[in-house]
Design a protein around this ligand. Sequence first.
Ligand SMILES: Cc1cc2nc3c(=O)[nH]c(=O)nc-3n(C[C@H](O)[C@H](O)[C@H](O)COP(=O)(O)OP(=O)(O)OC[C@H]3O[C@@H](n4cnc5c(N)ncnc54)[C@H](O)[C@@H]3O)c2cc1C
Length: 387
Amino acid sequence: MLDSRTISLVRAGFKSVLAAEDGPAHLAQSFYAQLFVENPDFRSLFPASMDQQRDHFVRALAYVFDNLDKDERIEPFLRQLGRDHRKHGVDGSHFRAGASALIAAFRNFVGNEVWTDEVEVAWHETLALLTDNMAVAADSDELPPYWGATIVEHQRVLDDLAIIRLQLDEGVHYYPGQYVSVQIPQRPKLWRYLSPAIPCNPQGELEFHVRRVSGGWVSPAMVTESVVGGRWAISPPLGGLQVDRNIPEDVLMIAGGTGLAPLRAQIMDMARRSRNPRVHLFTSGIYPRDLYDAQTLWQLSLSNPWLTVVPVTEEYENPWWHCGPTPELPSGMHHQLHGSIGKVVTQFGSWADRQIQISGSPSMVRTTLYALRKVGTPMSHVQHDPL
Ligand SMILES: Cc1cc2nc3c(=O)[nH]c(=O)nc-3n(C[C@H](O)[C@H](O)[C@H](O)COP(=O)(O)OP(=O)(O)OC[C@H]3O[C@@H](n4cnc5c(N)ncnc54)[C@H](O)[C@@H]3O)c2cc1C
C-alpha cells in the first residue's frame, strides 16, 4: 500500500507525460530503448514491430496510475498482467529489470529540475510494488504459458468476419465472459486478445468471432489466411466480465460487432440454469449485415424468456460494396432500431437499476460510456474489458 504523498508525486509526473506533445510515445520509446540497451537479450522476446507493444504499455501505465489508490482493482490487474506476460517467455526477473528502465526513461523525460530525491524515492517505491506483484504472479503460476489448438472449422460469415472453431489439445478452464491471448502461425509473436463466444466445455472446443480490422497486422490473417488444420497458441484466460448473482439487479448487455462474443458466452452459460435475472441484450453494428448472429440470439431468446434481444444498426442499408446476402432478421424478433448504440440504449433511460456490460471496439465502448454517463448511469454499475 502506497501513501497518498507517493501516489500524488507519481501521478503528477505521469500527468506531465500525458500533457506533453507525443509525451506517451516518447516515454514508451525511451523505456524500450533503455530496456534493450541494459538487457540486449530481451529484444528477441518482442515482435519486430513494437507499435502495438508501446501502445499497450502506455495504456497499462495509465490504468495503473489512475488506480494506484484502489488495491482491489490494481492488484488483480497486475497479477493478470504478470501471468499474461509468460507467453512472451518473461519471468519475474524481467519485470524487475523493467522497473529500472522505466525509472531511467521517466528521469530522462522530466529532466533534473523535477527529478528531486523525493520524486526518485516515490518512483522506486511505486515500481517496486508494481513489479513485485507482477513478478510473483508470473513466477508462481502453475498453468502453462499457452496451449496448442487446431482449427476445425473456419466460416467466412461476411467478407470481413469469420467464425473460427478450434479444438484445444487439452481442456482449458475459463469463465464465460473472459478473454484469451492468441498467436497464429502467420504472425509469430504478435499476440492478440480474443473472447471465446461459447462457454468452456470439457471437450476443449473453442469458438471465436473475428472481425478483420482494416490495416491491422493480425486480424486480416485470422480472417483470410487461416485454414482448417492450422495451429494456434492460446494463453490462459484473463478478464472478469460477469453477471453478479449476489445482487438483485437485472442485466443490461450492450454489444458492438464481434464484441458480442463474451456476452453471448455468458448468455449461453446462463441458459443452462433454471433461474436467471432478466437480461436485455442490445446487439449492434454499423450496417444490417453486422447483425451476423441474429438467428442464434433469436433462438436463445425463444427458449429463455428472461432474455430480450434488441438489434440496432447505425445505417438502414448495407454499403454498396457488401457482397453476398444479408441474413433476414427472424420474424418476431424485436424490430430493428437505428442510431448510434449509446444514443439508442439511453433513449430508454439511464438503466440505473441494472448491472451493465459493454463490449465492442474501443471507440464503441468509449462513446457508449459517454452516452450512459450523460444520462446519469452510475459508472460503478458498468463493466467492460480493458480498452
Ligand atoms: C479484451 C479484448 C477482447 C477482444 N476480443 C475480440 C474478439 O473476440 N474478436 C475480435 O475480432 N477482436 C477482438 N479484440 C480485438 C483484437 O484483440 C485486435 O485488437 C483486433 O483484431 C485488431 O488486431 P490487428 O492486429 O488486426 O490490428 P493492429 O495491428 O493491432 O491495429 C491496427 C489499427 O487498428 C486499430 N484497431 C485495433 N482494434 C480495432 C478495432 N476492434 N476496431 C477498430 N480499430 C481497431 C488500432 O488502433 C490500430 O490503429 C479484442 C480486444 C480486447 C482488448
